[in-house]
Design a protein around this ligand. Sequence first.
Ligand code: ACM
Ligand code: ZN
Length: 519
Amino acid sequence: MPLSIIPQPVSIRYGEGFFQCPGLPLLKGDECFHEEIQLAAGQLRQDWTGCPVFFDREKKPAHYQEVNCQKEELPDGVGNTRSEAYRLCITKDAVTVKAAAGAGAYHGLQTFRQLVLSEYRDGGVSPEHGITLPCCEITDYPRFSWRGFMLDSARHFYSLPFIKRLIDVLSLHHINRFHWHLTDDQGWRLPVEEYPLLTEIGSRRQERRLPGMPYSGGFYREDEIRELVDYAASRHIEVIPEVDLPGHASAILASYPGFGCTGGPYRVEERTGILENVLCAGSGRIFDLAAGVFNALARLFPSSYVHIGGDEVRFDNWKACPKCKRRLSELGLKRAEELQSWITLRLVNMLAERGKTAIGWDEVLEDSMQFKLPKETVVMSWRGSEGGKRASALGHPVIMCPNTGGCYLDYKHTDDAEEPGQAFVISPVAQSYSMDPVTPEMSAEEAARILGGQCNLWSELIYAGKIAEYMIFPRLCAIAEALWTPREGKDFEDFARRLPVHQKRLDSLGLLQYRGPLQ
Ligand code: ACM
Ligand code: ZN
């Protein structure tokens, strides 16, 4: 029976015989991989409760086997993914993970962790049973460098322990970017020293489902954010924060009504949808606000990227507001829509001054003839793939997450009335699997600018972590394979064969998963 690893590795060569170990093997290796080894040993111990574990060399009985993590320059052909590449060699006597860098070592150990998790049996593992793995040699590296997942912590506040556990499971699938949507109409979750009301007022709203009740909401403290960033970094996942500007701004305006066109009254919204509450393009003070926010982000997030949103801006207020009209004529513009590209360019430049590269939703390219975005601004294509295709033709790096292509995990798994998720939009597992960030009509040059892709969990309807898990799994497994495995290695039938084994692994980690039809 072939192994059932997800994402499918680049190559698996099977040998003769089996590696057998009565319990968890001992992890050891080169000093440069000390952190990865310590972390993986802890993960295995936690995953595999109820089994005798021997990590202490002195106490190791002779029959306990070893996993050895070694630094090795990898063969040619793994190109610019060298730091993430690994080899996993399983022989009768030992398991060896070989990698050139910590990221590769970590990915190799996660693949090994998947194999150990396959040994999970309902009710635990008996010490006599142990681990039996077929001898083989796996060579593996990613197709794309950006393999992401976005969590909307604004519409629903998820606890830090929940997010940490999720990040750990993302890393089991070699996901390497966590895009954290921290602000929206329904809540502001980021502490900003110069603007304390953003969290004092902007992080709380009235309950939507039970009118008049406060929603517990909240925000992430600085120490919690740092803890999460470190936790993710140790799993070779980069955290990219998003603050959505200049639309989706109700929580900002409820905290500081002066930043709006009308002065209010505003509230932290319990309504969802595309609301009229945007920052006033005629007020210069909105850039003081952005400076305060960007300073906080620069202090808390080491990533070189900051996501500035830019999606779904409504222009109604800008068309009516005297200050916005004055700005429009000062700038010699004709249409209020063009003010967005003026704001975006200023935000992009402010980030550049802080050493950060901006990412924006694909709307940031619209009406931008006069205020052209610098080529390094990254475009995230969500309204299908067309925005991403256009951006790559213009020379921008692109991340693909088309809502029409299986990347929106708030959509229902099937059209069954009992399924949770956004009404009228479905996204079966098979659609997520077929996602390809490089579309057939792209030139080689355009394709080279596609950094990769990601899937997004918007949380208007996902008001509990358990529902989030159900929406995420197993579609995330399909997306992980679409972003990691070479195009020629993708095979939906084979994925569908491996999936039940993999879902048992995720069961053993306590995750709630969708298990209905895949297409
Ligand atoms: C989006 O889904 N509004 C980016
Ligand atoms: Zn205005």
